[in-house]
Design a binder for this molecule. Structure first.
Ligand SMILES: [Fe+2]
Ligand SMILES: [Fe+2]
Length: 330
């Protein structure tokens, strides 16, 4: 049986040939290439041209949670549970249930840098019905196929750091160089007809430089500090009471800046939509940027809403204990 997956570069819906698309009466094992030419994405209505193979993309959340077929979980939710979920920050919701990321991404709801916004406020901001989103969240849970079996809210911080570096930092470094080469080529060849692609190149070059520096700071300074805090359970060294709040605040601010750059890239490229005269490189660039944005959302979410939150809480408890046992000041 075929197992190819094809992603909509506009909304990130994945057509999975194993599953077909029950909502459109498309049977399992129908290949993407055999879908009718007029077939459109069931989520956003984009045509087939906007789809790209995603065999080379790491999309663990999407590939297992985007297609769901029934809704008993939603019907079982009490009204008090629904109102509790509505008042919960979206970052916290995804930290508890990674499957939710898929649904929020599809509706453009920012759960990484905007992770402290409640679901209700985030839906209002996006102009989408919170009830409809609740239903889709319940469906994503009901699919019950979370890709990432680790519970990062209870794992060791060291394991979470290793996961972030291996899963996100290392591939990102390769992607940044690959995408920069594409952006340079597109700006050179299409810049006259599409001056926005020159701006895309400028923004992306800056984004790449800043992100590489940012990851280096995390790997050399912040992550080792957090790992050491966890293993020694003590605050050590000069300036020991200055805490990790400042470096975390700096990294969070840099995440916001990266988020702004990604928004600018999306806006300039008309939601990563290739124009009629786009060549293969142009389409590949936009597809790569869409995938990069998705990876960045998951990456920043795990740092902002899980790692940094947990490290701050750990530091707070160690600091309180250390102050309690410190000799009185004379
Ligand atoms: Fe990072
Ligand atoms: Fe980061």
């Amino acid at each position: 049986m075929s197992n190819a997956k094809t992603i909509c570069t506009v909304c990130n819906y994945i057509y999975d040939e194993v599953l077909g698309e029950p909502r459109q009466d498309i049977l399992p094992s129908v290949k993407f290439e055999d879908l009718a030419e007029e077939w459109a994405c069931p989520e956003c209505g984009s045509n087939k041209e906007m789809f790209q193979p995603c065999s080379c993309v790491s999309l663990p959340v999407y590939e297992k949670t985007c297609v769901v077929h029934s809704e008993p979980e939603y019907q079982q939710l009490s009204s008090s549970s629904k109102s509790l979920i509505k008042k919960t920050p979206v970052g916290e919701l995804v930290a508890r249930n990674p499957a939710y990321a898929c649904v929020l991404e599809q509706h453009g709801i920012d759960y990484c840098c905007g992770g402290k916004t409640t679901l209700e406020a985030a839906c209002n901001k996006k102009g989408v019905s919170v009830e409809a989103i609740l239903k889709r969240l319940a469906l994503a849970l009901q699919a019950g196929r979370e890709p990432d079996q680790s519970d990062w809210t209870t794992s060791s911080l060291k394991a979470l750091i290793e996961h972030i570096v291996l899963q996100y930092h290392n591939p990102l470094r390769l992607d940044l160089s690959r995408i920069l080469a594409l952006a340079k080529k597109v700006a050179r060849v299409h810049g006259a007809n599409h001056p926005e692609m020159i701006e895309v190149l400028e923004i992306f070059s800056r984004f790449k430089d800043e992100l590489e520096m940012h990851m280096q700071k995390e790997e050399l300074i912040l992550f080792p500090s957090i790992a050491s805090l966890e293993s020694h359970k003590t605050i050590q060294g000069p300036g020991c009471f200055s805490g990790i709040e400042h470096p975390i605040a700096m990294m969070t601010k840099e995440h916001d800046d990266a988020g702004d750059a990604l928004c600018a890239l999306r806006r300039l490229s008309n939601n990563f939509t290739p124009p009629d005269d786009a060549c293969a490189t142009y389409k590949l660039l936009l597809n790569s940027l869409a995938q990069l944005e998705l990876e960045m959302h998951q990456h920043v979410h795990k740092e902002n809403n899980i790692l940094f939150e947990r490290a701050t809480a750990l530091f707070g408890s160690i600091y309180t204990k250390a102050r309690r046992f410190a000799p009185p000041e004379i």
